[in-house]
Ligand binder design. Structure first.
Ligand code: CTP
Ligand code: MG
Length: 223
């Protein structure tokens, strides 16, 4: 494998409701992070995994993941972008492809990891998995009055893993300003083209309780 994967897992999970940090919340009796790391480790391209854990849970996460896969665990930051930067700083010399993958996308198939890595290997500097947007999207003003309807055909919903040539991701994080919600956004600001590959519905991000219920169903039916 020529790929390092950074796994931001340091978020609180406010939208999921009260409880443990989201990456440690249970899905089918195991933490979301365990599901995510197991599927990453099953992708043949993956050589190195670095997890950014909640600062208070670094030792617990090391113990949790030791039987799952060889991983490095570092403390994350206050924003996702800081957690990714902390994990990136811990990648050893070697891998020239770096993927960034949300722990919250716990059921992401190894095939999607491979397809993103393959697109970077084929020469794309930055690659994101995307799905078409299914709902009609409207822009709304502060008073909740519709300003207009956006052309849906030009929109994509963006998932992880996002893949990068290592030097591209490192430069983008070195130049980063205000926190963004994904890494491709930083790369875009550098003027680097970002390419899309087909995403997977199984790569849904567990964000709200409904998502966790859906993930439970998917897991129970073979995901
Ligand atoms: N994340 C992180 N460090 C942070 C915030 C988020 O590593 N300071 C990670 C989360 O653990 C998650 C991924 O980034 O795997 C995507 O973030 P999100 O879905 O927003 O998770 P949370 O921030 O935990 O959820 P919420 O925003 O509802 O609190
Ligand atoms: Mg968040």
């Amino acid at each position: 494998g020529d790929v390092a994967v950074l796994v931001p897992a340091a978020g609180a999970g406010v939208r999921l409701g009260p409880g443990r940090p989201k990456a440690l919340r249970l899905l089918g009796g195991e933490p979301l992070l365990v599901h995510a790391v197991r599927r990453l480790a099953a992708a043949p391209s993956v050589h190195t995994i670095v997890v950014a854990a909640p600062a208070a849970e670094v030792e617990a996460v090391r113990d949790l993941l030791a039987p799952v896969a060889p991983v490095t665990v570092v403390p994350g930051g206050a924003e996702r972008q800081a957690s990714v930067a902390a994990a990136l700083a811990a990648v050893p010399a070697g891998p020239q492809i770096v993927l960034v993958h949300d722990a919250a996308r716990a059921l992401t198939p190894p095939d999607l990891v491979e397809s993103v890595a393959a697109a970077v290997r084929a020469g794309h500097d930055a690659v994101i998995p995307v799905l078409p947007v299914v709902d009609t999207i409207k822009e709304v003003g502060a008073d909740e009055v519709v300003l207009g309807t956006v052309d849906r055909s030009a929109l994509r919903a963006v998932q992880t893993p996002q893949g990068f040539r290592r030097a591209v991701l490192t430069a983008a994080h070195a130049a980063a300003g205000d926190p963004l919600t994904d890494d491709a956004g930083l790369v875009e600001k550098q003027g680097v083209p970002v390419s899309c590959v087909p995403g997977s519905e199984h790569a849904l991000k567990v964000t709200r309780p409904f998502d966790l219920a859906l993930a439970e169903h998917l897991l129970a039916t073979g995901a």
